[in-house]
Design a protein around this ligand. Structure first.
Ligand SMILES: Cc1cc2nc3c(=O)[nH]c(=O)nc-3n(C[C@H](O)[C@H](O)[C@H](O)COP(=O)(O)OP(=O)(O)OC[C@H]3O[C@@H](n4cnc5c(N)ncnc54)[C@H](O)[C@@H]3O)c2cc1C
Length: 469
């Protein structure tokens, strides 16, 4: 049995950022992930918005952490060399009920200390976003809202945690947890571990992982989301992140991404039985059609033929549950604020929805502090380095800098993915950092994410990763 101070279950954003923050301490840290790489769960399928905090209830933990995280996001992305944009967001409404929501969010933001908010008339908003349909009645501008690629952020947190000493084990599903004297025995499909403290960051399975040792308290009843991604030719249709507040409560979000694409979504629909039961993230035809219809109304000139892919997601909606006469009864209202469930050395993060991407580092730090204290490892790690070096992306360089780089590394001169302008050097560096298959290379370099979706470069990428040439 392998012994460690803290064992983390799940290598999504929360598991990776908890690991990163635990390596600030002189502690042994192991992360177990059932998939072959990091960022396979909800962390890979979200809207990528770095929220400013106006969306959360004033005074809630969620809002406090979100405001704090938003303020610190430039520094975090500087340390981890993650591309980050702050285009600001515009929440627009087309009628009285949307106007009321916008007024409330404006007040909530001001009361919660969110800076950079402005209440706008419909005319002012229309001037800022000419592509939006006429008839905007009011809008809320937030200059602090930004966007990041969740893969970039999660991979950066993972690499930084690993460089600082955390040990990651992939293809390792936790199947059983037993309390033992001084800690926990954790059984997996490939081996067993003993840990003084366990952090349960298992996303959509965090409720069932907790119930490996504890009585039911909170269960997840996921709802589903659908997204559409448009090619980079459509990326500048809007200048800000657009959040449309529909009169029927159903709205549309448009995100001009860091890579220049336009992300459309998410829907909010009931998850099918298969989706909810197996955490299977898939799209729904009606959901995608619904998004397209909304686009035609709200951004009439948007060219939907620029669609390059779609994806689905699941929201881990948490509810308190109790047993009555042997039957599980679900509380009517879902839990809105965040809660770390602490149970004698087991720390569970259950139902961390939006803005979990925004405050992943802050929440990871809180959990890391608690788990390190529980494991009796509160001494600082003097070698901890918060910085991580990213793979240089040829597509981000000026012609002059690119030529200079090719002079130092000729593999930067060979483009493998022409849609996204990704070179052989970037693919080889991703492989050196542990990307053993096409999917992992794609996430680290962007290769295969363009117009042809990898049909022209997939085989060459697989050859490069297989032969290491
Ligand atoms: C539709 C949607 C949109 C969102 N948009 C935003 C946004 O714009 N901005 C924002 O701030 N937040 C957003 N969020 C929230 C954010 O994406 C989540 O809070 C965050 O990704 C949660 O990460 P996680 O690590 O808890 O979960 P996950 O990423 O799901 O990670 C859990 C990991 O645990 C692993 N695992 C599960 N069971 C086991 C087991 N038994 N053994 C080993 N490993 C296991 C899984 O494979 C997975 O990799 C959004 C969420 C959703 C659903």
């Amino acid at each position: 049995m392998i012994r460690t101070d803290v064992l983390i279950i799940g290598a999504g954003l929360l598991g990776c950022f908890t690991a990163r923050n635990l390596t600030r301490y002189d502690a042994d840290v192991i992360v177990l992930e059932k998939e072959s790489d990091v960022c396979w769960g909800i962390s890979k399928a979200n809207t990528g918005i770095i929220y400013s905090g106006y969306n959360n209830k004033p005074g809630s933990e969620k809002q406090k952490l979100c405001v704090q995280a938003n303020d610190a996001f430039d520094q975090l992305c500087g340390e981890l060399e993650v591309p980050f944009r702050r285009p600001g967001s515009l929440m627009v409404s087309y009628g009285p009920s949307g106007d009321a929501v916008i007024e409330r969010k404006f007040r909530d933001g001001l009361n919660g200390g969110v800076s950079g908010l402005k209440f706008l008339s419909g005319k002012e908003a229309a001037a800022m976003e000419p592509a939006l349909a006429a008839g905007i009645t009011s809008a809320l501008y937030s200059s602090g809202t930004g966007t990041v690629d969740p893969w970039d952020l999660c991979i950066a947190a993972y690499e930084n945690a690993r460089d600082n000493g955390a040990h990651f084990v992939f293809g390792c599903r936790v199947t059983e947890i037993r309390r033992e004297s001084g800690g926990f025995a954790v059984m997996t499909e490939t081996g067993s571990y003993f840990a003084r403290a366990v952090v349960n960051a298992a996303g959509l399975s965090s409720d069932s992982v907790r119930e490996m040792t504890e009585r039911p308290l909170i269960r997840l009843f996921p709802s589903a989301a659908d997204y559409i991604v448009l090619d980079r030719t459509a990326g500048d249709t809007v200048r800000h992140i657009i959040l449309h507040e529909g009169e029927d409560g159903k709205g549309l979000t448009l995100v001009p991404t860091v890579d220049g694409n336009l992300l459309i979504g998410p829907t909010n629909r009931e998850a099918g039985e298969a989706e909810a039961g197996c955490c299977d993230m898939r799209t729904d035809r009606a959901g995608l059609e619904f998004l397209k219809e909304l686009c035609k109304k709200i951004v009439p000139e948007l060219d939907l033929s620029q669609q390059i892919r779609t994806f689905g997601s699941l929201r881990p909606d948490p509810y308190y549950v109790t047993y009555e006469d042997g039957r599980l009864i679900r509380d009517e209202r879902s839990i809105k604020d965040i809660r770390i469930i602490e149970e004698n050395g087991l720390f569970s993060l259950i139902g961390i929805k939006t803005p979990g991407l925004t405050f992943a580092n802050e929440l990871g730090r809180i959990v890391a502090d608690k788990a390190a204290a529980c494991a009796g490892r509160t001494e600082a790690n003097p070698a901890f380095d918060p910085h991580r070096k990213a793979i240089i992306r040829a597509r981000d360089l000026s012609e002059e800098d690119r030529a200079d780089l090719i002079g130092r590394d000729s593999a930067y001169g060979e483009v493998i993915c022409s849609c996204m302008d990704v070179t052989r050097s970037e693919i080889m560096q991703a492989a050196d950092r542990g990307a053993g298959n096409y999917e992992s290379v794609k996430r680290r370099t962007g290769a295969g994410l363009g117009r042809c979706q990898g049909s022209r470069c997939r085989r060459r990428i697989m050859d490069i990763t297989a032969k290491g040439e």
